[in-house]
Design a binder for this molecule. Structure first.
Ligand code: NIG
Ligand code: FE
Length: 399
């Protein structure tokens, strides 16, 4: 075992802490800063002239240090390829939830080794781009055995595992959605719950209606899983209000929102308890030619907002949080600061985590050194790799 030592990251032109007590603005920015890491946590941060001594010094050389991205929504356990479906879509065919079944067939036919291999590659790809926390869902198995093995693979890679047996109805239950919900809330849940932290449901036309989605969330909660929801992706619907009513940590997509939906999300944040976060997935709207969600309405109403990739083979095959930030700024009128906060602290709130998504003393030392003097560059230089180094729990994992 190497001796535990402290590391001083010095010469940081711009430190993003996400802690307004440490610096101005929503990002709690400290100029000309330093950070000391000890035992995987932030032990000190502030102006570099006041930094304490440490065993090892790393020179950030006038670059920008931000909290690692918290990507609170992905489906990276799958097999197969849907590039042709994407091509057809770009020629005018609409996106439909039914495409999910293509991936279900391929996933069922794949070995455990192949499923874990693909997910591991995508996790590494995400990490190299600055993602230090990645939520991973099941949802392409849709049988008890296949959902369970997808979750076992996910649990090898992250603590943030989500059981999404209620993704769509598999072909063998065609015409019997309620029968499939019986399975999801019965034997499948029993088999999957030990491997999951969260329960999720796709509440949408063509998937599960409000009543069925509520059954899924409540069964999961009775089995110790915390709820989150896919909602209002393909059209207006009950997903957002159901998520708020059930106390879900997050409702994801929110592409089609009514005024009542926005008010419900804002209201969840003013109730004193933990809020339901609106997790926006602009990569999906980009890749499915949907309108973008009205982030301004949410932010202006005081609703908590997160950004995530939704990395999956159908609706959005990107692992790049920087792309999501650039889309949020350009297409959704979020400021660069709002977008970065949503991609870090916002994701942490969507996962109800207080140890990630910020860089105050005591937080996990999940940090990204950007090849940039300030965080505006994430949106200012879209498509350009700008991650110079990534630390997770204080250990250098990329760069
Ligand atoms: O979050 N909305 C439902 N599920 C995924 C899409 C999965 C797929 O098309 O394979 C999503 O976009
Ligand atoms: Fe999704």
């Amino acid at each position: 075992m190497p001796a535990v030592s402290s590391v001083l990251v010095d010469g940081v032109a711009h430190l993003v802490t996400n802690d307004p007590a440490l610096g101005p603005g929503p990002l709690g920015e400290v100029p000309d800063a330093a950070v000391v890491v000890e035992a995987g946590r932030v032990a000190w941060c502030g102006p570099r002239t006041r930094a304490p001594a440490a065993d090892v010094r790393v020179d950030a050389a006038g670059r920008c240090l931000i909290p690692g991205f918290v990507d609170s929504h992905s489906h990276v356990v799958f097999a197969g390829d849907r590039s042709r479906e994407f091509g057809d879509r770009m020629s005018g065919r609409p996106y439909e939830a039914g495409g999910i079944r293509t991936t279900v067939a391929a996933t069922r036919a794949a070995s455990d080794t192949d499923l874990l291999g693909t997910a591991t590659r995508l996790l590494r790809e995400a990490r190299a781009q600055g993602t230090t926390t990645l939520e991973i869902k099941s949802g392409y198995g849709l049988s008890t055995a296949d959902e369970q093995r997808c979750l076992r693979a996910a649990a090898r890679l992250t603590d943030e595992t989500t059981f999404l047996g209620a993704h769509v109805v598999p072909p063998e239950y065609d015409g019997d959605t309620d029968g499939y919900v019986d399975l999801v809330t019965g034997g499948m849940l029993e088999a999957c719950a030990p491997h999951a932290r969260w329960i999720d449901v796709f509440c949408e036309r063509g998937a599960f209606d409000e009543h069925q989605a509520r059954r899924v969330l409540r069964a999961g909660r009775d089995r110790g899983l915390m709820p989150r929801v896919h909602g209002n992706q393909l059209g207006p619907g009950p997903g957002v209000r159901l998520a708020v009513a059930e106390g879900a940590a997050s409702v994801d997509h929110c592409t089609h929102l009514s005024d009542d939906d926005v008010a419900a999300l804002a209201g969840s944040a003013s109730g004193g308890g933990p809020a339901t976060v609106a997790t926006l997935l602009p990569g999906v709207d980009f890749s499915t030619r949907q309108p973008y969600p009205d982030a301004r309405a949410l932010l202006d109403a005081g609703a908590p907002v997160a950004l995530a990739t939704d990395c999956n083979p159908g609706s959005c095959f990107t692992s790049s949080m920087a792309l999501c930030i650039a889309l949020a700024v350009r297409e959704m009128r979020m400021s660069p600061e709002e977008a970065l906060r949503a991609a870090t602290a916002g994701g942490a709130a969507a996962l109800r985590r207080d140890d990630v998504g910020h860089l105050a003393v005591g937080a996990r030392a999940d940090m990204v050194l950007l090849e940039a003097p300030n965080p505006v560059y994430l949106a200012y230089r879209p498509g350009v790799p700008q991650v110079a180094a990534v630390w997770k729990d204080g250990e250098l994992v990329a760069g």
